[in-house]
Design a protein around this ligand. Sequence first.
Ligand SMILES: [Ca+2]
Length: 379
Amino acid sequence: MNRTFKGTSMLSRAHHFAVAALTSTVLSFPALAVQIEVVATGLAHPWAVAFVGEGQMLVTERAGRLRLVDANGSISGPLTGLPAIAAQRQGGLLDVVTDRDFARNRTIYFCYSRPDPTQAGFNSTALAAARLSDDAKALENVRDLFVQSPSYRGGFHFGCRIVQGPDGKLWMGLGDRYQLMQEAQNTANEIGKVVRINQDGSIPADNPFAGKSGASAAVWSYGHRNIQGATLDSEGRLWMTEHGPQGGDELNLIQPGLNYGWPVITYGENYGGGQIGDGITEAPGMQQPAVHWTPSIAPSGLAFVDSDRYGQAWKGNLMLGSLKFGNLVRVALEGDRVVDQEVLLPELRQRVRDVRLGPDGFLYILTDSPNGQLIRLKP
Ligand SMILES: [Ca+2]
């Protein structure tokens, strides 16, 4: 099934988005036409896709299932071996990535809403590692590497995006659990944080708060609301998207030890209106987003295009999905600055949950519905 859409300049859309740090740069390249190729259908609320070689992909379904999709789109039964998962509301089986050395060790990392075994009804986001069995039907040697603290009785804002650095260390973007938003400013816990861990679950000694009294050594950055997308660019910079409240969605360049402001500063407001806190958008010692979107687009999965598949038009750009508008947003970078953005696939109108760049250099998209699709974008 192929349909061709042309990208539509953000500036020509009826709804305008606030863009921080936007220069007067105009699109340097004509809009690129891409075809939508549906690779697989019938995925129930898929959340993340990871590539395991020979055209095969692992896809998580939020309800707590992990499936293998092969190159011709057939979907396996659920893999066995997953831990207990608190699949309710926004919680469930969420992100999955392969280890940089997957071809040799068959290691994957995934994150999920973990029931607290010591407190009934409480849960938190956990990052686990496992080995994909040789027949790809099971997970082996499943172990939690990191469990967000404290756990909480709730079903919202689990965050849960994983990125592995070139050195093998793992970042995970977390959420503020909604009702615990004030804790995003408290570096003593892992609510509303980005954390960084070693592949064995130990904490790197060079983390910004390691060895500091009263702080969680796992914390990499803080003041986040609900991180939903994460990627590295070709220079090794870490970018993440997060949901604001009503408005104030953000793309951030994540740097160690920095405060990204939530809930002290935000471009959003409370649901239904009304300011959050003092209603301020900037403050000393708090980072401004690279881009913010008001009204909200509900950004999701984030990918960096370092392949040549889409020519120079998209190379070096970030791509993120919009759950709310059911399209893609291309964010053009110059170094660590955002210089432009463009809405792509405005006719798609399916909630976009994940965006990834495959090892074949093509972009892959997961749509969030009871009959979700895995889509490949072909120029
Ligand atoms: Ca912020």
